[in-house]
Design a protein around this ligand. Structure first.
Ligand code: 8OZ
Length: 369
């Protein structure tokens, strides 16, 4: 049996985790179509994965406006709070720790997914130039309207309400989704953000909304129960920046000192290569942040073990491997073979490809362990 740090307990802020293996947030588009509510299959799916040191829920919209894909769950209604409460109760009973990822998609949406067919909102009226799923097929994302400066207090209030709801639903904390080309990332990057007001131009102005949302959430949750996910190097969903290295330094430098539970970093291109600008040194950024560093992107067992043992990361988030392996933490610990994920069942549907991936049998466990 191995003694690698990856398999040892870790305290991230106020979150006491049984190991350093994290279930990454994974969009699966299986919420109830009529009210974007999680139900029985979600209870089963997350509970199966309670062996992770930490579960981060799939991205969950804070408001109807924050929705960009069919059948993603929300955390703005009472029915959604009740649905999620069943998930957290069950994960806790199984010994797990679970935080909710709070999400506003900004321009990565379609008018058919918005109330009254309205245009989605964004820092500037520039389409993302990508596609989304509207419930019947893939459609081009709509041209957004500008989120006006006098709407920002209402947006912050919506984040506050969602953060309160996540607390009422029994989560151990929340993760702010400020990555992958969604609303907060759109503001941070100068490709999508062409504003000339206090929320555009300098790095400070472009990241102002992220920090205002963070401050709002910190009015509800103590910092040790709040994480944030960023992807400064990624051009996901058309959100590119002219100087990602400087952007990363600015944002991470500003996050230092908050005492957050962790920084969840997409190391490179989302779902793509682990590549960042030549002038960027991730160890320096980790040092700048000063708190727990959660690495994500293309990790396998060897790289996860190495990066935690060598101090490059404190926690490692696995995405696709968690789709196919409910007992991933145990499999990695004993170096057991992994189930292969079937991409045809990633998004939408019911239990198939969701809760029917097998656990290791006792026989298989004996053989390896
Ligand atoms: C895959 C499909 C739809 C959304 C992200 C929330 O990239 C997502 C997402 C991923 O952060």
């Amino acid at each position: 049996m191995t003694k690698h740090a990856l398999f040892t307990p870790f305290t991230a802020g106020k979150l006491e985790l049984a190991n350093r293996i994290v279930m990454a947030p994974l969009t699966r588009n299986r919420a109830r179509a009529e009210d974007d509510t999680p139900y029985d299959i979600h209870v089963e799916y997350y509970t199966q994965r309670a062996g992770a040191g930490l579960i981060i829920t799939e991205a969950t919209q804070i408001t109807p406006e924050g929705k960009g894909y069919a059948w993603t769950p929300g955390i703005h209604s009472q029915a959604q709070v009740e649905g999620w409460k069943r998930v957290t109760d069950s994960v806790h009973a199984a010994g797990g720790t679970i935080v909710m990822q709070l999400w506003h998609v900004g321009r990565v949406s379609h008018t058919s997914l918005q109330e009254d067919g309205k245009a989605p909102v964004a820092p500037s009226a520039i389409a993302a130039g990508v596609q989304t799923f509207d419930g019947s097929g893939m459609v081009d994302t709509s041209v957004p309207r500008v989120l006006e400066i006098d709407e920002i207090p209402r947006l912050l209030e919506e984040f506050r309400h969602a953060a309160e709801n996540a607390k009422a639903a029994g989560f151990d904390g929340v993760e702010l989704h400020a990555a992958n080309g969604y609303l907060l990332d759109q503001f941070m990057k100068d490709g999508p953000n062409k504003r000339d007001d206090a929320y555009g131009g300098s790095y400070e102005n472009r990241s102002k909304l992220t920090f205002e949302v963070l401050d709002t959430i910190l009015g509800v949750w103590e910092p040790g129960r709040v994480g944030i996910r960023i992807s400064p190097f990624s051009g996901a969903n058309g959100a590119t920046d002219s100087d990602p290295a400087k952007l990363a330094e600015h944002v991470i430098g500003s996050l230092a000192g908050y005492g957050l539970a962790y920084l969840h970093m997409i190391e490179g291109q989302t779902g793509g290569p682990r590549a960042w600008p030549n002038e960027t040194n991730l160890d320096d950024l980790k040092k700048t942040f000063g708190g727990a560093w959660m690495g994500n992107n293309g990790y396998d067992r060897d790289l996860a073990i190495r990066n935690v043992d060598e101090g490059h990361a404190d926690l490692i988030a696995f995405g696709v491997p968690y789709i196919a392996n409910p007992d991933l933490a145990q499999r990695l610990k004993i170096d057991a073979p992994l189930n292969k994920a079937d991409p045809s069942t990633f998004y939408g549907g019911g239990v198939e490809g969701y809760t029917d991936y097998p656990f290791l049998s006792e026989d298989e466990t004996r053989k390896v362990g």
